[in-house]
Write a protein that binds this ligand. Sequence first.
Ligand code: ATP
Length: 209
Amino acid sequence: MLGGTFDPVHLGHLRSAVELREALALDRVHMVPAAMPPLRGEPRVSPADRLALLRLGIGDTPGLVADPRELERDGPSYSADTLASLRRELGPEARLVMALGHDAFLRLADWHEPERLFELAHVVVIDRPDHRASLPQPLVALLAGREVEEGEALMTRPAGRLLRLKLPSRMAISATEVRRRLAAGLSVRYLLPEAVETQLLSRGLYRHG
Ligand code: ATP
């Protein structure tokens, strides 16, 4: 599972999802847009539009799935609930991974039921070249004894470990920068899939900062 606001989806998300799937030999990567992200402001476009852009961005990419389950629930989008729903579908033995970028990881101890995340899934942190910071103390405590160095260590258990991963194409692309560029009338070419760019521009999404 790779959750996010996807406001809008960009090549940093998509390339990370492809490389994550390869690096950990995952069957699928579910990209799950949040309806109401609990820890940040209201996204700029509607959930339905963010999901539609995500679907366009994924296109026919093997193994990537635009998963609407958080948009079909009421209330805040807690990742623990999303993982619980995936776990129910996949069964207790399946290897389940929650992936997130380093910026999101830094706040993990503030999430809803952080211990439960590790009961339900492995947590895999994707390095981002534009985000560097050391770990806050509550996060260090949450991670105690969970960290492993290699992806193989995730193979022997269905959940509970932490892996920090440097994927081959680390991209300094953020949705914040994409939105800033669109609002300023600047080019977003090669930051997003072409189909997503075409749709954003033709509908004037994010044009007014
Ligand atoms: P914003 O700039 O609005 O905060 P974002 O670009 O970080 O957005 P999100 O939708 O918040 O995008 O990200 C979803 C998940 O993908 C998060 O775990 C985030 O850390 C990760 N992510 C986003 N961009 C990248 C990137 N370029 N490389 C690796 N991971 C990324």
